[in-house]
Design a protein around this ligand. Structure first.
Ligand code: 3H9
Length: 696
């Protein structure tokens, strides 16, 4: 028998211990071990079998690394059915996270006991799949259709208590899984309990499945797997168990062949790989307990809130007592939101706002902090003044970080006497909500300072991405490019509204024009004015948005921008003045508008994004394509089910993307300059994912 399942006899009970670290994923050796273990228990004449996991968890699911490769027997649904069909009494003792195939194994055993901290769920939709090892057939037989659908279509985990209430498990007990499991099996044997196969339970009561399918599809914003789960559960109601399992398998296999499955699994592994940098192996981060934040606007207050919620003490510096009071108000407002949502208790709220947070107007109060994050006005001279002050008051070894979104960290670092301690930590607003953190590494930044940036990201629960220094780093530099492409399409005949619609249909959380309204049109206006003197005459920059800004229309905050916003409503309606302004500008430039299909809009927009992303990787600003993918996913609303722009590019075929770029260059060879890395990959017949693998 394989070592992945360790067989042990305790009297009349056979114990099967999963031993496949780190998460007891159900790879081939585990599946084989389970089948062999059950057969051996039967042949040895035992009365019962206990299944549990060694280490941190019961089975956390199928082995995701096997997906996309030819499946090897025994298949997981067959393992589940073999367990359930055993004449012996089979019991699971669960701890950690029983997820996906793990929960499906548990549902195939006849009784289930779990420790109070155990969590379980069917998260396959997050991988672009549905449960494919009988879970869609067994869970609804225990919980009813509605609960089962909620668990499957959201992929959310439930705790042991809720699982008990829903009938997913039979008992909760404190202790080691082996010990509570053995005691429970013995108790069942003593009581003369008999097998209780879920697959033999009556089919659940149906619901209106067509309505549930439509609603789930709409909610998925283009993601299809949750809607497939509805059809699989429908089969549980309408077909005998074995046929329902076959239908589930069919739907599962169909999803396995989709780009969405590839995209989401890429996201799963990239999310974990992004923080693992070879250069940081063995580098110890500096210790962090107190953080200084300079500037208490929306960004600074958000950063302070994130730090407080993660257990760090914060000293926030503002210029005046009034500004400090306003910052306290913002932070308390943010923490109040966490209190309302049950994320922190009233006692914790009181502690955070009294003991953990202090506000000051004196730089000397930053003398003891381990790290300072500057979040002041985006102006190099202002930043340099701040860093000069920090250099004077901060203790040796303190890290000096700037939250700038595009300024040169090398220049900021050079203005201090300790450039090795200077780093960029670029948060996204609202900083206590958004998951992305760009860790911007300047030429002189010391390795342990970089490691501390990543350690801070982990403490704050963020996805941290390493970025090099350039205007806009990874995210904003790429954003500028695809946003420019959208502007060009407007000049040439598309409307902002068609563009936003086409891109939300692609899966973006918002289109670029709705995003601009949210961020404030004054930001882009200031940037355009700043860049105007050095702008290349070949660059096409529309001016109609300047007219909007000149009229005091800055987007959501003024009630009007590309869209008009009615009080109390989040979504706006198209602003007719914008259409007039665009038409006037086209007339002025002598442009005859042409029609764009939604497909062309997406192709152009994505080509611009991919091309700039390839430049960012080619220049080493991002180390790997996956770093770009995670930046766009966690900071810019890129749909997870498309994996990220460079994974999406791989799936489209890089030759096709390059052909598009070359065709567009025939119209505008200033904007559409193909990225050398993209040309190289196409010439060599390689993909961005090949680069990810080489860097692993
Ligand atoms: C499924 O079951 C399909 C079936 O219905 C049908 C099949 C026919 N496989 O996240 P962590 C690795 S689909 C392979 O850092 P944590 C992970 O990559 C599956 N590897 O730890 C990482 O590796 P590394 C349904 C896996 O404590 C290491 O384990 N199940 C798998 O923060 C530690 O992971 C899921 O979707 C896997 N299934 O969180 C559960 N899981 O160290 C997915 C993890 O080299 N997993 N690894 O980077 C999770 O949600 C979290 O990993 C878990 C632990 C909560 C378990």
């Amino acid at each position: 028998m394989s070592e992945a399942i360790v067989y042990e006899r305790v009297g009349d009970i056979a114990v099967l211990k999963a031993n496949n670290p780190p998460v007891n994923a159900l790879g081939l050796a585990v599946r084989t071990g389970l089948i062999d273990g059950i057969a051996r228990a039967e042949s040895e004449g035992t009365k019962a079998v206990l299944i549990y996991g060694e280490g941190r968890t019961y089975f956390a699911g199928a082995d995701i690394r096997e997906f996309g490769k030819p499946p090897a027997e025994p298949f997981l649904p067959d393992v589940c059915n073999r367990i359930e069909a055993s004449p012996l009494l089979v019991v699971s003792a669960m701890h950690g996270t029983a997820l996906g195939g793990g929960l499906e194994i548990a549902l195939s055993t006849h009784y289930r006991i779990a420790v109070p901290s155990a969590r379980m769920g069917l998260p396959e939709v997050h991988l672009g799949l549905i449960p494919g090892a009988t879970g869609t057939q067994r869970l609804p037989r225990l919980t009813g259709v509605e609960k089962a659908l909620e668990i499957m279509t959201t992929g959310r985990q439930i705790g042991a208590k809720q699982a008990l209430d829903l009938g997913v498990i039979d008992r909760i007990a404190d202790g080691e899984p082996r010990e509570i499991g053995l005691a429970y099996v013995q108790e069942l044997l003593d009581a003369g309990a008999t097998r209780r196969p879920v697959g033999e339970m009556p089919a659940p009561e149906p619901i209106d499945f067509d309505a549930a399918y439509d609603a789930t599809l709409a909610k998925g914003r283009g993601q299809i797997s949750p809607a497939y789960a509805v059809r699989a559960v429908q089969a549980a109601c309408e077909l005998p168990f074995a046929q329902g399992v076959a239908r589930e398998r069919e739907l599962f296999r169909e999803l396995m062949g989709t780009d969405q499955r590839q995209g989401m699994i890429h996201a799963f592994f990239s999310e974990r790989a992004v923080g693992k940098l070879p250069e940081l192996k063995g580098v110890e981060p500096r210790s962090l307990s107190a953080v200084g934040v300079i500037g208490g606007g929306t960004m600074g207050s958000g950063i302070a809130t994130a730090c407080l919620l993660s257990g760090l003490n914060v000293v926030l510096l503002e210029m005046t007592a009034e500004a400090a009071d306003a910052a306290r108000g913002r932070i308390e407002g943010n923490l109040g939101g966490a209190l309302k949502r049950g994320k922190i208790s009233q006692t914790r709220f009181d502690e955070l706002t009294s003991k953990a947070l202090s506000l000051s107007t004196d730089y000397h109060s930053l003398g003891d902090v381990d790290l300072v994050i500057e979040a002041v006005f985006e102006d190099m001279d202002v930043k340099k003044q701040v860093f000069a002050q920090l250099d004077a008051v901060c203790k040796p070894g303190a890290i000096l970080a700037s939250n700038t979104s595009y300024l040169d960290i090398n220049e900021i670092a050079a203005s201090t006497s300790r450039p090795g301690d200077v780093i960029g930590l670029h948060f996204f607003s609202p900083a206590h909500v958004m998951k992305l953190l760009e860790v911007v590494v300047a030429d002189a930044t010391a390795p342990d300072v970089v490691a501390t940036g990543f350690a801070l990201g982990k403490t704050l629960g963020k996805i941290s991405v390493r970025a090099g220094v350039c205007d806009g780093f990874i995210g904003n530099r790429i954003l500028k490019s695809y946003r420019t492409c959208a502007d060009h399409m407007v000049l040439d005949g598309a409307t902002p509204y068609q563009i936003d619609k086409a891109l939300t249909a692609f899966g973006f959380a918002m289109g670029p024009f709705a995003v601009a309204d949210l961020a404030g049109l004054d930001i882009g206006w200031a940037t355009r004015k700043r860049l105007a003197p050095t702008r290349d005459p070949r660059e096409r920059v529309p001016t109609y948005t300047d007219r909007l800004c000149e009229g005091g229309n800055f987007g959501q905050k003024t009630g009007k921008g590309y869209y008009v916003y009615e009080a109390g409503k989040r979504a706006g309606v198209p602003n007719p003045e914008v259409t007039d302004l665009i038409e006037a500008e086209r007339a002025e430039l002598g442009l005859t508008p042409r029609a764009f299909t939604d497909e062309e809009i997406v192709r152009r927009y994505m080509a611009a994004m991919i091309n700039e992303a390839a430049k960012v990787v080619g220049e080493g600003i991002a180390r790997r394509p996956l770093d770009v993918d995670m930046t766009l996913l966690f900071g810019y609303g890129f749909p997870r089910y498309n994996g990220g722009p460079l994974k999406w590019a791989d799936m489209q075929g890089l030759d096709k993307v390059l052909a598009d770029i070359r065709a567009y260059a025939a119209e505008d060879d200033y904007f559409w300059q193909p990225a050398p890395l993209l040309e190289k990959l196409v010439a060599e017949g390689r993909t961005f994912d090949d680069l990810n693998k080489e860097a692993a």
